[in-house]
Design a protein around this ligand. Structure first.
Ligand SMILES: Cc1cc2nc3c(=O)[nH]c(=O)nc-3n(C[C@H](O)[C@H](O)[C@H](O)COP(=O)(O)OP(=O)(O)OC[C@H]3O[C@@H](n4cnc5c(N)ncnc54)[C@H](O)[C@@H]3O)c2cc1C
Length: 475
């Protein structure tokens, strides 16, 4: 018997249920990654992450090689071409079983169904496993058997189930295979036509590095996470987003390690509990898209917000993209994203709210822009984050509570270190002027070579509130 393990965004050898299941029998195990650049491009995935995905597939090939498992590369271009290409590989290597992790987005589910039928028609068996979440999205239910729409009770339920489960599979790795063979197909350094000039080295982690990063973070910064996670100039978060997005790191492993640290260092609970909550947010957004697939199809969770009349001014959107809004924190955040492929969570919320509230630009425009640039792009979390910020999602920010980008700046970048790094034309400014250069006298301001406010703060805020009110009233 030969089993084929199809890796997706679960690119690891440890705590990988599909791989473990394949290796559990007498089977000889092969693995495969399917490259579908045309579909990925259609889904808006940008060059930064696609390049990291290629590099991760290369390092996974080396890791699997140590276990005697060949990682084949299939180039199918689209999801539609995947079933035939995968089946052809299965025939070539004589595989009679396919194991894969589950993906819950609509197109992915459709693709998997066609693959399953094609394999079963060919007399082969298909086994799907949960590889990307703490718990399967359908395993968490309210008292009445429905999906959760609010985070806090969802989290309570997840943590209760995980505690009851006790023995998390974290750490398990398959045995060395007896008769290794050559891997078929080359793994490119980057996707053709999707090159990037962004320096990605710090995000390019193999499995050992990701695990070391996890343990290093928990030991050195986990305790301070709650206190430091909101300050963009401080390295207060784990920086492991890419490892989670590509599946180099299993969320269950991360949870198990955090819990172990918590048990041995109960005085660090404040920080570690909050970090665990963030892992649950990641699951929550998958739970939402699993139960409400419309969010995968460009629709808001809160259907009432479909009536919001977005202004969608192209020039203003462009100014936001390029960091030319006249709001230093927003501009610093956007420039940082474009230059590095990463943006701090606090800033993601600030710039997303600014775009969708003060500029009244459709959240889907911002969602696409982030997908193009973020190294840790993840459909569910990005969609969830945008719908939270734009008050169109479930358990989202209320539409009348609009972040003031100047107060956010004074609070979370008080000494202006982050702004100075990314908006050097303001580096000489001090105090309130740095957070809001519009308060400087016009004559002096003209020396700064920095844009005027794209919209007055209070005016933009009120315009957004009115637009949401009107939308709700029109129902
Ligand atoms: C508008 C917007 C867009 C976002 N887009 C993405 C995205 O494409 N991909 C992505 O992984 N996260 C996204 N987030 C969530 C969050 O900003 C990032 O996960 C976080 O900044 C990554 O940094 P870190 O790895 O240091 O996280 P840490 O703070 O160390 O958290 C650990 C892990 O928990 C998960 N996590 C943390 N916060 C959240 C959250 N609010 N929602 C869901 N998961 C979370 C991530 O996997 C993260 O790596 C978005 C948030 C907003 C507001």
């Amino acid at each position: 018997m030969t089993s084929l393990v199809w890796f997706r965004r679960d690119l690891r050898t440890t705590d990988q249920p599909a791989l473990l299941a394949a290796a559990a029998g007498e089977d000889s195990v092969h693995a495969v990654v399917v490259f579908t650049p045309e579909t990925w491009r259609k889904h808006g995935v940008g060059a930064n992450q696609l390049t990291l995905l290629c590099r991760r597939a290369q390092s996974l090939r080396a890791e699997l090689d140590e276990l005697g498992i060949p990682l084949h590369a299939v180039h199918a271009s689209t999801f539609a071409a995947t079933p035939d290409a995968l089946l052809a590989l299965a025939e070539e290597i004589g595989a009679d079983r396919l194991h894969h992790g589950l993906e819950h987005e609509v197109d992915e589910r459709e693709r998997d169904e066609v693959v399953r039928l094609a394999f079963e028609d060919a007399g082969k068996r298909v086994h799907a496993h949960h590889t990307q979440t703490l718990l399967p999205p359908d395993a968490v239910q309210t008292g009445t058997g429905g999906p959760y729409k609010v985070f806090t009770p969802y989290k309570r339920s997840v943590l209760k189930q995980l505690t009851a489960e006790g023995d998390l599979v974290a750490g398990l790795r398959p045995e060395q295979q007896a008769e290794p063979c050559e891997a078929i197909g080359s793994i490119p350094d980057a996707i053709e036509g999707a090159g990037t000039t962004v320096e990605l080295g710090t995000f390019d982690l193999n499995e050992k590095e990701a695990l070391a990063g996890l343990d290093g973070f928990l030991a050195e910064r986990g305790a301070q996470y709650e206190a430091q996670r909101n300050f963009p100039a401080v390295a207060g978060t784990s920086g492991l987003g890419v490892a989670f997005a590509l599946g180099t790191l299993s969320p269950r492993t991360a949870y198990a390690h955090a819990l172990r640290r918590l048990t041995s260092h109960p005085n660090e609970a404040e920080g570690l509990d909050t970090w665990i909550s963030e892992l649950v947010w990641r699951d929550f957004y998958r739970h939402v898209l699993f139960h409400f697939p419309r969010v995968c199809m460009n629709r808001p969770f809160d259907l009432a917000t479909e009536a919001v009349e977005w202004r969608n001014n192209e020039n203003e959107f462009q100014a936001w993209c390029e960091g030319r809004t006249g709001y230093p924190l927003v501009d610093a955040a956007q420039r940082c994203l474009v230059a590095t492929g990463w943006m701090h969570n606090r800033l993601r919320m600030v710039t997303a709210q600014f775009l969708t509230k003060h500029l009244l630009v459709d959240w889907r425009w911002g969602e696409r822009f982030f997908a193009q640039h973020l190294v840790d792009y993840d459909f569910a979390s990005n969609n969830g984050g945008w719908q939270w910020s734009s008050s169109t999602g479930t358990d989202a920010a209320p539409y009348f509570r609009v972040f003031n980008p100047i107060s956010q700046s004074e609070k979370f970048d008080a000494d202006g270190a982050f702004i100075r790094q990314w908006v050097p034309e303001l580096a000489e400014l001090r105090g309130k002027d740095l957070h809001d250069p519009s308060r400087i006298a016009p004559l002096l301001r003209s020396d700064l070579d920095y844009p005027e406010l794209i919209v007055e703060q209070k005016f933009g805020r009120q315009r957004a509130i009115d637009a949401f009110k009107t939308a709700r009233a029109s129902l």
